[in-house]
Design a protein around this ligand. Sequence first.
Ligand SMILES: Cc1cc2nc3c(=O)[nH]c(=O)nc-3n(C[C@H](O)[C@H](O)[C@H](O)COP(=O)(O)OP(=O)(O)OC[C@H]3O[C@@H](n4cnc5c(N)ncnc54)[C@H](O)[C@@H]3O)c2cc1C
Length: 406
Amino acid sequence: MLSIAVIGGGAAGMTAALAAASRGAAVSVYERQTRVGRKLAVTGNGRCNLTNLHASPEHYHGEEPDFVLPALRRMDAAGTLERFRSLGLLTVTEPDGRVYPLSNTAGSVVDVLRFALEGAGVRVLTGAEVRLVQKEKNGFRVLSDIGSHPADRVVVACGGLAGERFGGTGLGYRLLKELGHSCTPLRQGLVQLRSSSPFCRSLKGVRADALARVFHGSELLAEAAGEVQFTDYGLSGPVIFELSRAALSVPGTRVSLDLVRELPEEELRDLLLARSRGTPFLPLEDVFVGTVQNRLGHVLVRSAGLDLKKTLSALTGAEAVRLAQEAKHFSFPVTGDMGMPNAQVTVGGIRTSEFDPETLESRLCTGLYACGEVLDVDGDCGGYNLQWAWSSGFLAGSSAAEGNHA
Ligand SMILES: Cc1cc2nc3c(=O)[nH]c(=O)nc-3n(C[C@H](O)[C@H](O)[C@H](O)COP(=O)(O)OP(=O)(O)OC[C@H]3O[C@@H](n4cnc5c(N)ncnc54)[C@H](O)[C@@H]3O)c2cc1C
């Protein structure tokens, strides 16, 4: 029986192991942490955004974005959901195509995969960090914390550097480099942004729905709408992750937030003036009540250079315009990001030109396969990175079990 060693028990590795086992191979998964799927269990803020129905090459980046195509064809988002359903996982799809488990818990995704590995007879070896993979005359030798074992084929699914607390390491790059592969420069992707805005501290913990735009000077680089989270260092939240690539593409960008995207600026100005006429006795700190969150409203008044204690009866037309402008174009100069340990994905990785996209087998070392984040593929925010892990894991695992070489 063909023996396959899968190195890494994350999303890609577990999928590869299941695909290989279902084709009759004897599969061992080596996982350095004490349990499989640790990172998967914290994805999507604990909800796991497991895929996106719009997954296609335009949502992926790397030296060769089309590299993802054969893997996505072999198992697309719909195919992935079918497979999960067959494992007993029900899902819900949001209007923007993001898919979550019906249980709303990332742990359910890990659990159904764990059960499936057990059901398929896959040997799951935890606390087993692989230190070296040696190419031998007939196959490989895998040297790990638990000893030295032979394998006919090896699938490297070690993930990337992002999310260090949940298992992000550079070990996969090292193992593959030792087998002759090369790596593109690595940096963090889908990451929180630091800002020099003086208002970050006062807004810490506030969340808002906004249309966020990234500008470089007057040039609009990107925009997206959804939840923004204010933090003491700057900005976070799904929309910020999505825009981080554009915001960090050149120095000196800024994020401009439209916090009242339902209303044009003039209508917002009229709304504020109507409040000043209806309740002239209120202080200016109440002018945005009912429009944005109170703490955010106070900061907008301060940012417009107005006094919170002044009464609304004294609000001039020009001041109302200034307030409306602040709410529609609340600006955060970008000064950096929160670094690889806090990022969701690694930009860069092992060169895809060194792998056959149809099988994910190495072009440099027969019988060696790679999948998931360790390769130079990173996806947009919204379930695309996990879809790459599922699709590439499935392709690598099936090819390793099907491939016909000595
Ligand atoms: C906080 C956070 C939230 C995220 N949320 C989402 C989301 O909602 N949707 C989405 O699409 N993507 C999300 N991502 C990205 C997504 O989780 C990753 O792209 C995906 O998990 C990559 O899968 P992988 O199997 O390649 O790597 P991983 O999931 O990182 O798995 C690799 C595994 O290999 C093990 N390993 C590494 N080296 C060795 C070795 N030498 N020996 C043995 N084992 C080893 C690691 O311990 C790890 O368990 C998120 C990432 C983070 C950090």
